[in-house]
Design a protein around this ligand. Sequence first.
Ligand SMILES: C[S@@+](CC[C@H](N)C(=O)[O-])C[C@H]1O[C@@H](n2cnc3c(N)ncnc32)[C@H](O)[C@@H]1O
Length: 458
Amino acid sequence: MRSVASGGYANLDLPKELRQRRLSGRDAAFATELTYGATRLRGIYDRIIEIAADRPIARIDGGVLDTLRLGAHQLLGMRVPPHAAADTSVALARQVNGAGAAGLVNAVLRRISEADLEEWLTRIVPADADATTKAAIQHSHPEWIAKALRQALLGHGASTPATVDADLAAVLAADNAAAEVNLVARPGLVTVEELAVDGATAHPHVPTAALLPSGDPGQVAAVRDGRAAVQDAGSQVVALTLAAAPLVRAARGRERWLDLCAGPGGKAGLLAALAIEQRADLVANEVQPHRAELVAATLRVASERAEGVGLTLEVRTGDGRDYGVDEPAAYDRILIDAPCTGLGALRRRPEARWRRQPSDLAALGSLQRELLASALDALAPGGVAVYATCSPHLAETTFVVGDVLKKRSDIEHLDARPVVEEVTCGWGGTLGAGPDVQLWPHDHGTDGMFLALLRKQG
Ligand SMILES: C[S@@+](CC[C@H](N)C(=O)[O-])C[C@H]1O[C@@H](n2cnc3c(N)ncnc32)[C@H](O)[C@@H]1O
């Protein structure tokens, strides 16, 4: 929690910390729940701590505040007996925050333990607040995010005015639950059935995906050697959709595919396997050199396989905005998995909701438009592009696609739903109003992936 306070990422720093301290099994799970839960729910806990400490958060030292958040989560969000939560928190305060802080931590936690979460929520949610504000407080989200998600539910046709309040509460609640561990079985390299040997079960809707209910994915042999990987099922749908979308193309040799924003390589890993199956060449591009290295590592096994059958898998470090000028009309299938706020994947990044700002949208919006425009220039006649984000925010999804398409007449905006239906199983009625597809954590159990399917006139 201290490293998150100084700019770190819980999903990267916690595993390192667990390894260093040799915590595994139940202890690692407990430490993860403490860190993730206290970070996600700090919107609730900070309001409670303010009341119990009778002072504003700004007047509590950051380290002490983290100790209090950990204690509050044990008392209100976990099944830790109150005396154990208080005693260990006081001991922690004495050890890391100093003897003076221990008294404050003791007093504040005793006051917090006098009521349960339900009762505290009635105290911290103003009775006259509107439904969105209430949901934001109850589910520990900044209000601007709750408002944006509400607009997205309506804008993507997932909710009606009559259902949106309940749906918003479900989306926000899903952000506070631990995501299931999903594996991808990279086609041609391993099958979902083979992953079952290590305890994975086939995903009910996505044919390349397998759920790993317990255990460490690093112990799965196929994950260790790069034939499978940890990957959200929604991300898999994006790659599967690009590979299956219908081209309008006079036969002229092998297809060329491009992943314009490939780092760290999750979707490129699946696309590479699909490219080999469909006998296509793939370029995976990424602007940041260290992320391009991760892409190369992800593609290692597929690259060997491609070489063996005379196909090319190339990893490049470059700016995706240059492709339209440098290689016009050169690619048959292009994925633009644009940098975005990640508001659809908040369950994976406990601190992200507190770090993101509405002002991030402006800078990302220009980049998203430039990347999409460049990709459409790099698209061959009859070729297809998928524009994707792991955010349902309208400013990063439909508005970007709408603005870019307004300026050109050579692109068809296809209905992505039939293609998504074809590559998945049983999601037919859940894909919204079209033409784009928005997946939702509360509905599909995936990250909140958005995808638009575009085709250049032949
Ligand atoms: C959403 S992530 C891509 C995730 C990736 N497709 C995957 O599935 O693992 C967006 C990526 O775009 C990269 N990026 C940002 N600006 C870029 C640019 N101008 N050209 C190419 N890539 C860019 C970021 O560094 C980041 O790695």
